[in-house]
Design a binder for this molecule. Sequence first.
Ligand code: BES
Ligand code: ZN
Ligand code: ZN
Length: 457
Amino acid sequence: MLTCFTSNTKHSTPIALIIQKNFSAWLKKQNSFTKKYLESTRFRGEAGNVALLPNSSGKISQIICCISDINNFWSVGSLSLTLPEGVYHFDSDFDESDLQRFYMAWGLGAYQFMRYKKANRKPAQLSLPKKHNEIINIVESIYFVRDLINIPTDDMGPSELADAATKLAKQFRAQIKHIVGENLLKQNYPLIYAVGRASDDAPRLIDLRWGNKKHPRITLVGKGVCFDTGGLDIKPSFAMLLMKKDMAGGAHALGLARMIMQAKLPVCLRVLVPAVENAIAGNAFRPGDVINSRKGLTVEIGNTDAEGRLVLADALTEAASEKPELIIDLSTLTGAARVAVGTEISALFCNKDEIANEVLLHSEKQNDPMWRMPLFAPYRDSLNSSIADINNAGSDSYAGAITAALFLKEFITDDIPWMHFDMMAWNLKSRAGRPQGGEAMALRALFSYLQEKFNVT
Ligand code: BES
Ligand code: ZN
Ligand code: ZN
């Protein structure tokens, strides 16, 4: 299915992966043609340098790719769409476990979003040894997440997001249930209903289950706001422009579920995605309204643009009711998290230090940046309401990512290990292996953590 890999090894061109500091030693061992060619083209073997070496008949015989260090697998991330079409293979003495991530970077860099426009070219193909087939799962799952985010809301509203989840469930023989429209009220999801009721595409809760009930239970919850206008507290146009991506948390939850199911991780998985559109119409929820929550806490609406925490609150209440071993929620929750750590780092909040520390180690190893932020209890005061149990927006504009996380914390219980991710899920510009547009963030680190923690084999 992935056109950037092949099992074919015939007539393939080697790509020599050379760590910068080893370049001069490597050069000494080459024949005089290679030495002269690299010298005459002023190739210095610095990190990021790539050379296409010809043979005497003028055809490419070898690719030289210089990298800063063994962990910088992104160095090969742009090769699949810059090298001429054809078949290549890695020529390197790296450990297989390190090399694995170079294959992954090649795959991630070959992504092209082609739903509305033809691609200019096909990716070059890398010969993938069987023992590295595992990375196909990661690459395909990340393509799946990117596609869901990139598809505009007109083709990826709540019903289409639900269809994508149903298709995924069928593919992996998972069970799936959707609670749609007024059934949300009947089944006590009042916040999800309130946020999504003004849209022509009815709000819904996607509920997927997979795996053996005897295995440890993991529940993933993803913010599925298919478009965020801000509601009656309407966003200015520059802030609304990218808001088709506000369902990225839902896409991430489904993408991580895909990785888990494909790898047959011995866990009992549940995925909850409240899928809504935060639209504007006569029946939209309003600033000042007080809405009951699934948990029973009344919520005063300080701002209709703080809708993500509302839909997540009802979903988290349901997630926590089963007391799973771990709850992970994923969301594009606040602009404040972007002010705090920028667009490339995901903000992590966690109520258990040990788990947070383990996940951070995987974040580093996988080059999947995240930073832990505090669930600083004294800031809970800013969510106080004089007429309801809690307000959905802080009373001042400080520490918005923390107050959003503290809002969510009200809806779980402290005995359940919980991680909350507030992420950008979008590359503003293209970088090697990470094309501009929708992006899976924190997922490689999380999957690596879950594999280590739960894969007993
Ligand atoms: N979806 C936005 C947050 C967002 C904005 C994420 C830009 C990534 C990039 C969210 O629903 C929102 O609008 N949050 C408000 C909350 C505020 C009104 C309390 C925000 O962050 O400004
Ligand atoms: Zn919003
Ligand atoms: Zn939002």
